[in-house]
Design a protein. Structure first.
Length: 232
């Protein structure tokens, strides 16, 4: 029996390693499943120091804490000098080729959002869905509205470190609809291209941006350090 269990465990590990070549998340998931003393997010300490196991109270505790760390703070925005540009961004056009390209790059192993649409089905049916999705995006943008389901997210607390019974030891992961992510990426690209073409980005902006659609130079913390070094 022990030899049989060892063979089964070895076979499962080999299968995980083989599949991890395409999806590294499977390896991390297996490693987490083998951990002992897994942190539990179902037991939290409230403001009075009392441990609570009631799911609704635990969820409300996470909600209250996550809402504070996600609150917008505009007091620390640095001054930004005005810039002139010739052509304003008044409209964003969606075409089937761009939509199809986004759909084909979908990670089939990503989690489903609130619409429960499986990413593998969406990707494999991309050729058949591209016209409908493109029309839907155009309608949404022209009407200045998005489906209410796109505004919802499944928020999962992920343990970082520290006290396992404190909400401060967790970070929120939001799972949104995959289709809404497609539209978000297309809109973001159009906005970033417009900002780059018209030189509207601050020279001090180095985080995850590229200056212009034709530019191959991506800015990061390394270019920020180089800028500071040059300035000195």
């Amino acid at each position: 029996m022990r030899q049989r269990n060892r063979r089964l465990r070895k076979h499962r590990q080999e299968k995980v390693l083989f599949n991890a070549r395409q999806n590294p998340t499977l390896l991390y998931k297996y490693m987490r499943s083998r951990r002992k003393n897994l942190p539990s997010a179902l037991v939290l300490r409230n403001e009075h120091g009392i441990l609570s196991t009631v799911p609704q109270l635990v969820a409300e505790n996470f909600r209250d804490y996550f809402s504070t760390i996600c609150a917008s703070n505009v007091s620390n925005i640095p001054p930004f000098e005005s810039r002139n540009f010739c052509v304003p961004l008044t409209d964003i056009e969606f075409n089937e080729e761009a939509v199809l390209s986004i759909m084909r790059r979908t990670n089939v192993y990503s989690a489903m959002g609130t619409d429960e649409a499986h990413p593998r089905i969406l990707k494999e049916a991309s050729e058949q869905l591209k016209h409908t999705v493109t029309t839907y995006f155009e309608k949404s943008l022209s009407d200045n509205t998005v489906p209410s389901l796109w505004k919802e997210a499944i928020v999962t607390p992920i343990y970082k470190n520290g006290d396992r019974h404190s909400p401060k030891s967790y970070r929120p992961i939001s799972l949104t609809c995959i289709i809404s992510k497609w539209m978000e990426k297309l809109v973001k690209k159009a906005i970033m291209d417009h900002l780059g073409e018209n030189n509207l980005l601050s020279p001090n902006q180095h985080g995850f941006v590229h200056k212009g659609p034709a530019s191959l130079t991506y800015y990061s913390s390394q270019t920020a350090l180089l800028t500071l070094t040059t300035a000195d």
